[in-house]
Design a protein around this ligand. Structure first.
Ligand code: SF4
Length: 170
């Protein structure tokens, strides 16, 4: 099973925002750069994340994107379900529809496998994914923290400087 590109981008953005301090609120363009995706893809995904209550856009001077409490501690399984939507793993009802669909046992088996996949993510949160002290899946937090550096509006870096694949634009 493969997640859609937009779900992948959404989870990258959520993890990247999860390691920032409260006052660090990057723009969509900065986040897109930090997670290595084109701006227009990131903008669409950020809009969806805002709609789902996972990301908020803070206004005013120094405003920008931030992970909400629900985005930080909500079930990862629920988030991925929301992003992926419900539907068959394969295109049983595509046009033309599969002629086996009314009596197909594979279809039900794939649905159960899909649900088992989501259920395995249910106990996890975005916080777990970036927790460095034995939380969740391990070393994600330190790695994300070591990434640069979303520049502040005034140009000062948020984190330690250094080259890297997600480095700030010039
Ligand atoms: S064979 Fe079964 S699972 Fe595959 S497309 Fe047809 S109905 Fe769906």
């Amino acid at each position: 099973m493969r997640l859609t590109k937009s779900t992948d981008i959404a989870l990258r953005i959520a993890m990247r925002l999860a390691v920032l301090d409260e006052e660090q609120t990057p723009t969509t363009r900065e986040v897109a750069e930090a997670v290595g995706v084109p701006y227009h893809h990131a903008a669409k995904v950020v809009s969806r994340l805002q709609h789902l209550g996972i990301v908020e856009a803070r206004r005013g001077r120094g405003g920008g994107l931030a992970l909400t409490a629900a985005g930080r501690t909500g079930s990862l399984g629920r988030i991925v379900r929301e992003l992926e939507g419900v539907g068959d793993v394969v295109g049983c009802e595509d046009e033309p529809p599969c002629p086996l669909r009314h009596s197909c046992r594979l279809r039900g088996a794939l649905r159960r496998a899909q649900e088992a996949f989501y259920a395995s993510l249910d106990p996890l949160t975005v916080d777990d994914l970036v927790g460095g002290e034995g939380g969740g899946t391990g070393a994600g937090g330190p790695v994300l923290l070591g990434l640069p550096v979303v520049p502040e509006a005034g140009g000062a870096p948020f984190g330690p400087p250094g080259p890297g694949p997600f480095g700030p634009s010039t």
